[in-house]
Design a protein around this ligand. Structure first.
Ligand SMILES: Nc1ncnc2c1ncn2[C@@H]1O[C@H](COP(=O)(O)OP(=O)(O)OP(=O)(O)O)[C@@H](O)[C@H]1O
Length: 282
């Protein structure tokens, strides 16, 4: 559906994207990477807000700037969404819907549908500026859903959402994913685990990994150990502590390391593998 071919982007002297090539077909993709990895810049290139210095972004085989259907068939949630603050939520949706070319007679029903999907139907008459941060995020998600786009690009969709609304969002993605390409840029590995089929990991402007969640998890097979805090200094070789928890009154360190240890390895999670990869240990 979408192809990114050898895309590079530089801001001043900083090379932010380096020769990125990706394909998006129907399915849910999680885009993970540390702060500053280039995730937002990549999404902005994918929607045509930034022009790459090199490479091309194609939708259905056509460069997006020449495509006649790209902006009708694409929904985008930017990293910060807080526009049209003086409009009511309904007016804001009507404005975005008309820009997307949704026929006037379908607009009211479509707005009701997307506001219900993000649990904001009862706030349609409120001014955007009167909504909470999490509600504005959900309004941003709703406007991306207008017109049922085949391609949905969400930049940190669950940032600022409470646990119930985060769950609602993940359920929504699982409900609508059939026949659509959905990309979620996020810092939450658990969100990727809950609703993504494939993972793309970006680090310092380069694709470090692309594949299924299971393929990522397998990279950490035999490399994750759970040890009592007092034995953590006995871990041999370079390692990274993924988390420190208390289990039944005992503080435990969960570490990822390439070097085999004298104790049995535990089953890796997606987060173990992500952390291991980012720290050069997987
Ligand atoms: N308009 C710009 N001008 C100059 N530098 C920029 C611009 N936009 C982004 N950058 C730089 O590009 C790099 C990548 O930023 P980007 O926002 O794409 O990363 P990110 O992976 O989305 O980070 P985060 O997880 O913190 O949101 C950073 O070093 C950032 O400072």
């Amino acid at each position: 559906m979408m192809a990114i071919n050898q895309v590079s982007k530089r801001f001043g002297r900083r090379q932010v994207l380096k020769n990125i090539s990706l394909r998006l077909e129907a399915g849910v993709y999680g885009l993970l990477g540390p702060n500053g990895a280039g995730k937002t810049t990549l999404l902005r290139c994918m929607v045509g807000l930034i022009h790459p210095d090199q490479g091309q972004v194609l939708y259905q085989g056509v460069p997006i700037e020449k495509s006649k259907v790209f902006y009708q068939e694409m929904g985008y949630l930017p990293q910060t969404y807080g526009m049209f603050r003086e409009l009511t939520l309904y007016e804001m949706m009507a404005y975005v819907g008309s820009l997307k070319g949704i026929p006037r007679q379908q607009l009211a029903g479509e707005i009701e549908r997307v506001l219900e999907a993000v649990n904001l139907a009862d706030r349609a008459g409120d001014r955007v500026k009167a909504l909470s941060v999490g509600m504005i995020r959900r309004a941003g998600i709703a406007q991306a859903l207008l017109g049922s786009p085949r391609l949905l690009l969400f930049d940190e969709p669950t940032a600022g959402l409470d646990p119930a609304e985060r769950t609602r969002f993940k359920n929504l993605v699982n409900t609508i994913k059939q026949g659509r390409a959905i990309l979620l840029s996020t810092h939450l590995v658990e969100d990727v685990d809950a609703c993504c089929d494939r993972v793309i990991i970006l680090d310092r402007g380069q694709v470090l990994f692309q594949g299924s969640c299971e393929e990522l998890r397998r990279l950490a097979e035999g490399k994750v150990y759970q040890v009592d805090a007092e034995n953590a200094q006995d871990i041999a070789g370079p390692h990274f502590t993924v988390r420190i928890t208390e289990v039944a009154g005992r503080v435990q360190h969960r570490v990822v390391t390439r070097q085999p240890q004298r104790l049995p390895a535990v089953a890796p999670t997606l987060e173990d593998a992500y952390m291991g990869l980012i720290h050069g240990l997987c």
